[in-house]
Write a protein that binds this ligand. Sequence first.
Ligand code: ADP
Ligand code: MG
Length: 257
Amino acid sequence: MVQPTASRPSAAFPQGSSLIRVEHLTHAINTRAHRTVILDDVTFTIPAQRLFAINGPSGSGKSTLLNMLTGIDRPSSGRVIFGAEELGGRSENALARWRGEHVGIIFQFFQLVPTLTAMENVLLALELGKGGGLPRRAWRERARMCLETAGLGAFAHRLPSELSGGQQQRVAIARALANDPPVLVADEPTGNLDSRTAHGVFDTLASLTQEGKTVIYVTHDRELAARAQARLDLLDGRIVGQHGANALIASSPEVWS
Ligand code: ADP
Ligand code: MG
């Protein structure tokens, strides 16, 4: 079990309450010739300690939106309120520090260090995140617990090349848990896995909500998105459907739910 940390927002925001509020978020890229709108007046809420899916076809703006939620990118207009604080007011340095403490990131192509074992990949994250406040002597046990939570306890001493794709993604989940962030974000984490393995990894991510984590899961797979506890459907940068997200739905003919 990964113990939630009392001082983190997950403890302050009970399951189902609003953790992240996005208001009238618009993002446009201006070139000399024209203006491309990538996100168009997006308003919704991400509930705390739930698995929240951002769904939509390729090019619908999912990754752009995710990068705004974690402050990697800044919107052209609109606000992201994370917990009680607005991200837009922070400097780049403050945002990077904040992200290090609050957000664990899981990538589509795992991004593990190939020369390090599963255990060492997680220990490296602890090293980089200063153990999330844990004393160094507790890091190895912490890494072991994270691997176990991710469903990989038995393979701690294998290199990534000795693991299947699904197992490598589980190492990446353990790594994202290492410093005990309240929020995990995963951009197409199952996009490179077969359907059965994808559902298994989805189940593991969903189970983390029972440990106090809020999981934001980006996917173009409508079947997986439909299994999420809350969901946003994007098309061409607009919200066209939702479940449990308090979203403003764009009034366009493409609306499907
Ligand atoms: P998704 O993750 O849903 O596939 P993205 O958020 O990556 O979608 O991109 C949404 C749209 O915005 C795409 O049409 C993409 O080509 C465009 N886009 C993303 N970033 C940029 C950029 N920096 N400059 C121009 N267009 C961009
Ligand atoms: Mg994307």
